[in-house]
Each structure stands twice: as structure tokens, then as C-alpha cells.
Design a protein around this ligand. Structure first.
Ligand SMILES: Cc1cc2nc3c(=O)[nH]c(=O)nc-3n(C[C@H](O)[C@H](O)[C@H](O)COP(=O)(O)OP(=O)(O)OC[C@H]3O[C@@H](n4cnc5c(N)ncnc54)[C@H](O)[C@@H]3O)c2cc1C
Length: 488
């Protein structure tokens, strides 16, 4: 198997695929993705993508709405870059075959309708079309079931990545540009809308490679996930509240303005849950219109026995979006040479202390395009693989049953501790307790690794621990509430 590519991309969500397609024919591209190519947050995005296309809207308004949502912790330069490139991003996706509805809709935090969607499963349509284009490009090789373990970095220059490939071998791959597009870290929490592949691997790898990270304390909790038994929790998107859905308690009483920013609504639901179940209802709205506008959500809830048109749907908040991440500039460059980051894993400065709904798909396209175009420029620069003699273990040592059990327990303990102690409402003493727990797990995982070697479960558990530690430390470093970081 060839282990030398012009460009390496880790992750096959909107950001990674956009970067790959932008690199296009300029060199050989390898995309490594953990499981199936469509296993991603992108594939689950329902609401849509924000775009400022004129027609009664203004760049300044989209910028202001984004900054307001981010509690003005955003980098204005990045927000402005996002908004000014949004029209081009929308048109680029259309060129890839995504059939957006002509009329945008309204979502919480946006002052006017500027959210473009296909049906109510916009992400799936985007993912499907981008993957089709990838499959048509002979320069791009997509490797599924290929888990990136660690970056190969020497003297602050990234030269490649170790990957656990399909037949259970760990192989180093080398390249002149490595792009992290691994998404967020929602699985570090017990309740999340993020798919199982989203375990913060890219962030953990970047931390180990000593890349600069920031704003990790700002984790956005979505106020309304369907409180069912499936994992991840099925999201009941902003769009429903945009269309007029109400949030009510067990007595049918409304207790919050549903169109307020996510963190405020999430906290209101969280508080209300202490005394009552919380439900979302659309029963007062036109039933035909609900079915027409939200056919997929309607069908999905039906598989759980609920009619969106008539029933009260039980809901809970859930970890949804990582606002911080690996620090990049407008070109997607990180603090490590030849290492780039795009999409949710990156901290571009767009989201500040809290993300405005529907800005993240947009960010994935805008930065994927920009990073791709920028990376092309290093195409002819002198590139040498500095050290082909990196050692790697060829055989993956199997875990014994006992360790599997231990690893599963560590994973679920981390998720529960994060939910209870570093979640929607935070207290300093509880976060200090959490930090202690995570430090102990890090030591325990190190011992398992030294004794038995690595495995997928061990890698994920180690990454979750790394990310849990980093989020908790960042939260402790910020003694006052701001945006999604809420202290009592
Ligand atoms: C339920 C849900 C609904 C959402 N709705 C919207 C919406 O309506 N509008 C909006 O703008 N945003 C929405 N978001 C957020 C948005 O979908 C994400 O922020 C965005 O899709 C992230 O794209 P990405 O390419 O950065 O990462 P992802 O789409 O998550 O892709 C990450 C990829 O990296 C791979 N990966 C991870 N670790 C490794 C590893 N170690 N090795 C190899 N591969 C790896 C994964 O398998 C995956 O392919 C939603 C998110 C969720 C979860």
C-alpha cells in the first residue's frame, strides 16, 4: 500500500470533503475516515446552512447576529470572512449537486430568514453529493475504517500521521500537508447528538502534537434532543421552533421563549427538568404543513411511536457543538507547520463563546475551500519526507476481555462525569473533582497501553480522557460565565 500522498485529510465530513474537492486535481489526496464515509455529524445536520445572499439581508447583520450569539468573544475578522464568503459557499455546494430550496427559512438568533436547506435532512444531501464527487475524482483515495492515531511531528513540522488501517495494522503515512477534519468531541458527554465516531480524536492528536488550542470551555448544548433510547440522541432541530413549535411542561405550560439563543433555552429546559418532564409540541400548527416541511423528522419520530403533528414529544438538552478547538488563521493553518484544521475541530474564531445556529456547515465549506486553495500553493515547494524510518508496530495486540470491560467503564464514567460536573451548569468544586478523576484515568490508560498495546477502544478512551481534561482545565481557567460556559 502506498504510504506517500501529496495531501492527507483526516475525516470525511463536510469540511474534509470540501478540502479534498478543492485540492481537486492538483495532487494525490488521501482521505482517512474512521468508519463508513458518511458516519459524521454532517450527515445528521437537519436545519441547514446560513448564507447571506443579499435580497434584503446585509453582511453587517449576519456578522452582528453571529457576534451577539458568541457573546462578542468571536474574532471579527473571521466572522466577516465567513459571511462574505457565504454566497460563494452556497453556490459551490449547488455546483456539487446539492439542490437547496429557493427560499431560506428563519432560525433562532438570525434576525431574518437566511437558512438554506434541502429537505429537513440537509446534511445528508450535502454529504451524499460530496461523496459522489469524491468517488468520481481519480486523484482522491478514500480509506474507510482507517483510524488516525497520532500525528508525526518533528521540530514543530507535521510530516504525516499514524493510521490504524482496515486489516488491523498501524501504518505511517507521509505528506507535505496534513488536514485535520475530524469534527467535534460530543461523545465526551453522556447525552449528545453527535455520532459515535465523534470522540475528539483530532483535538486530542493536536494537543499531543503541542498545537495551539483555544476556547474549549465553550461547549454548546442543544436544548431539544428527543429523549428516547437511541444513541446518539435524535435532534429536534431549531427549525421546529422556527416553524412555531412550543416547549411545555407536564401541565402543558410554556416556560421559555423558544426563539432565544440555544444556551438560554437549554438552561431553561435543564432547570425545568428538575420538577417536570419537558415536551416539544407542534399540535397547534397546520398538520399538512408540518408533514410537508419536516417529512424526515416526522417519519423518524413515527418509528419511535410519536406523531409530530399531534403528540407531545419528550425532550432533553444534549451536548451538540464544540465552539473551540485547534487554533487556525484564515487559511486554516495551525501553529504546527504543514498541519491544517478545518470544520468543527478548528477554532477559527467564528463562533466565539457560542455558535449561531447553521453557521457551522457554512464554516466547513468556507474554510475547506480556503485551506484547499492555500494548500495548493505549497504544491511545488521542496518537500522531502524527513524520516521514513519511523517505527510502528505491525501487529495490533488484542485486548483481553477484562480490559474491554475496563475500557468501556472508563468511557462511560468520563461521559457521565463530564455531563454532571462540566456540563450545562458548572461549579468550581465539581470541576476540580472531575479533573482528579480524569487524571487518574489517564494514568490507568497509560498502564494498559504499556502492557497490552493499543486498540480502537483504548485509542478512543485515551482521546476522550485527553479532551475531558482539556475542556475541564479550560473551564476552570475561566472564572466568570461567558456564552455557553455557565458558572454558578
Ligand atoms: C444532529 C446534528 C445536527 C446538526 N445540524 C446542523 C445544522 O442544521 N446546520 C449547521 O450548520 N450545523 C449543524 N450541525 C453541526 C454540523 O453538522 C457540524 O458542525 C459539521 O457537520 C461538522 O463537520 P466536520 O466536517 O467538521 O465534521 P464531521 O461531519 O463530524 O466529520 C468528521 C469526520 O472525521 C472522522 N474522524 C473522526 N476521528 C477520526 C480519526 N481519528 N481518524 C479518521 N477519521 C476520523 C469521522 O468519522 C467523520 O468522517 C449539526 C450537528 C449535529 C450532530
Amino acid at each position: 500500500m502506498k504510504n506517500n500522498f501529496d495531501y492527507i485529510i483526516i475525516g470525511s465530513g463536510i469540511a474534509g470533503l470540501t478540502t479534498a474537492l478543492t485540492l481537486g486535481d492538483s495532487g494525490s489526496v488521501a482521505i482517512f475516515t474512521k468508519k463508513n464515509p458518511s458516519d459524521s455529524s454532517t450527515n445528521l445536520a437537519q436545519g441547514g446552512m446560513a448564507a447571506m445572499i443579499g435580497k434584503g439581508d446585509q453582511a453587517d447583520w449576519h456578522i452582528e447576529d453571529t457576534m451577539k450569539s458568541g457573546d462578542f468573544h468571536n474574532k471579527k475578522e473571521a466572522v466577516s470572512f465567513l459571511v462574505k464568503n457565504s454566497k460563494e459557499a452556497l453556490f459551490w455546494l449547488k455546483k456539487q449537486g446539492v439542490l437547496f430550496d429557493a427560499k431560506p427559512s428563519l432560525e433562532a438568533g438570525h434576525r431574518l430568514p437566511r437558512i438554506f436547506h434541502t429537505t429537513d435532512f440537509t446534511g445528508k444531501d450535502i454529504e451524499k453529493n460530496l461523496l459522489k464527487k469524491i468517488s468520481e475524482n481519480k486523484k482522491i483515495s478514500l480509506f474507510k475504517n482507517s483510524l488516525a492515531i497520532d500525528l508525526i511531528v518533528k521540530n514543530n513540522i507535521c510530516q504525516g500521521v499514524f493510521v490504524l488501517i482496515e486489516d488491523n495494522k498501524i501504518v505511517p503515512f507521509f505528506s507535505k500537508a496534513i488536514v485535520l477534519a475530524t469534527g467535534g468531541s460530543g461523545q465526551v458527554y453522556q447525552w449528545t447528538t453527535n455520532p459515535e465516531v465523534v470522540t475528539g480524536d483530532g483535538l486530542a492528536m493536536a494537543i499531543r502534537a503541542k498545537a495551539k488550542v483555544a476556547d474549549l470551555e465553550f461547549v454548546q448544548f442543544h436544548p431539544t434532543a428527543f429523549k428516547g433510547k437511541s444513541s446518539p440522541l435524535f435532534l429536534l432541530s431549531e427549525r421546529l421552533r422556527g416553524e412555531g413549535a412550543k416547549l411545555v411542561d407536564k401541565d402543558g405550560k410554556q416556560f421559555v421563549n423558544e426563539l432565544l439563543p440555544r444556551d438560554i433555552v437549554a438552561r431553561a429546559v435543564f432547570e425545568k427538568q428538575k420538577t417536570s418532564e419537558v415536551y416539544l409540541t407542534m399540535a397547534h400548527l397546520d398538520k399538512k404543513e408540518i408533514k410537508r416541511k419536516l417529512p424526515n423528522i416526522y417519519k423518524k419520530l413515527l418509528t419511535h411511536g410519536y406523531y409530530l403533528t399531534h403528540d407531545r414529544i419528550p425532550v432533553t438538552p444534549a451536548a451538540h457543538y464544540q465552539c473551540g478547538g485547534v487554533v487556525t488563521d484564515l487559511d486554516g493553518k495551525t501553529s504546527v507547520k504543514n498541519l491544517f484544521a478545518v470544520g468543527e475541530v478548528a477554532r477559527t474564531g467564528v463562533h466565539g463563546a457560542n455558535r449561531l445556529a447553521s453557521n457551522s456547515l457554512l464554516e466547513g465549506v468556507v474554510w475547506g475551500r480556503r485551506a484547499g486553495n492555500n494548500i495548493k500553493k505549497i504544491r511545488n515547494s521542496k518537500f522531502e519526507i524527513r524520516n521514513k524510518k519511523f517505527k510502528y508496530s505491525k501487529i495490533l495486540i488484542k485486548l483481553n476481555k477484562n480490559n474491554k470491560k475496563i475500557l468501556n467503564k472508563i468511557k462511560s464514567d468520563i461521559q457521565k462525569t463530564m455531563w454532571e460536573k462540566v456540563g450545562i451548569v458548572r461549579r468550581k468544586n465539581e470541576m476540580l473533582e472531575a479533573l482528579k478523576i480524569f487524571k487518574n484515568y489517564k494514568i490507568q490508560l497509560g498502564k494498559i497501553k504499556a502492557k497490552d498495546g493499543v486498540s480502537l477502544q483504548l485509542i478512543e478512551a485515551s482521546n476522550l480522557t485527553e479532551v475531558a481534561l482539556a475542556i475541564t482545565q479550560a473551564a476552570l481557567n475561566r472564572p466568570k460565565s461567558l456564552g455557553a460556559h455557565y458558572l454558578v
